[in-house]
Design a protein around this ligand. Sequence first.
Ligand SMILES: *Cc1c(COP(=O)(O)O)cnc(C)c1O
Length: 406
Amino acid sequence: MPVLPAAAANPSASESHQTSAETVYLDNLATSAVDPRVLEAMLPFFSEHFGNAASKTHAFGLVAAEALETAREQVARLVGAPSSQDVIFTSGATEANNLAIKGVVEFRGARPCHVVTCVTEHRAVLDCCRSLEKKGVRLTYLPVDTDGRIDPDQLRDAIGEETVLISIMAANNEIGTVQPLAAIGLIAREKEVLWHCDAAQAAGKIPLDVEDLGVDLLSISAHKMYGPKGQGALFARRKHPRVRMAPQLEGGGQERGLRSGTVNVPGAVGLGKACETCAAEMKAGEAERVRAMRDRLYEGLLAGLQTEVSLNGHVEYRLPGCLNVSLHDIDGAALMVALRDIALSSGAACTSGSSEPSHVLRAIGRDDTLAFGSLRFGVGRFNTAGEMDLAAHRVIAEATRLRGQV
Ligand SMILES: *Cc1c(COP(=O)(O)O)cnc(C)c1O
């Protein structure tokens, strides 16, 4: 990882935010560094190729439009979309989730509507569902088992005459659990209900094919897969079946009228390159390499910790880079403070800072003490085996010091 300038070179940097050679970044599920290949692809679109992709009467616009189409194809290829025209660029997975869920329901107008989702979804999905509920839409929140997976039979039973949408994620952002995707797709097809899948964590990390799985809408986020922040995409099937949505941003009619606003060309180019790079790395065995590092870290922790450790998430059906553990008899907040040199999370990044225990850990049956004592490690492309040993060593040292102080 690049080392940031020390305080000497940047006197205004506050003590607590410095990074040093010993710092290990293990928060890749919150965000990831931009891959140098992605940055290189983006740079020309800030300067020489700055055109507006909608200005197709001159070369500046045409170069941008062409780059956008290449990016659209790269996104489509990663997720197996039948056509690049099914890809809508957005500002991230949050916006893609809003467009998919609110867009599909609002298009139905005043007709009675029912949506099925799951209790461990990301806030961006759950909050969309809550706001629809306030407007009279009926919601079902499926429970999960102790590994974080839904029961496909409960999904089938939840679907009724008025059900228009299933919104169930590919992989969870806190515990990494991968849902039974093929089973969900079969039920969605059998019942002729649209399936929206939040794949912000899964895309680029595990194989995902919207045709094989029967996904109708799929959200992705560039910054979770070594691309830039503020960029994402929504795959929305245009045929078999045709997904109809009410736009959430109105204006110039970009992105087939579904997402107005001048498209962020460097961002979209970055997302496209990130997709292409992830597909190539997946083929070259990145998942196996990342999984091996994660398991090395876990085994290091188990060997050295004097306290009981519970693994949160499914042992097998889990993102290769995700390790979420609860340390018994340890004050998680105090441990996080002591581990300033190891960048990790306790629960989801978007809810950390609040004192509420994670809704995901509660849903898999962890009590509040275990939820507060949880650590989430996100291992990624730029980590090394040596960093796993260093992180395990540091966690063990601080946990041993703090043990029994709860
Ligand atoms: C990060 C994340 C999001 C939000 O993505 P942004 O691009 O940051 O808006 C949504 N869902 C999941 C599962 C995520 O991990």
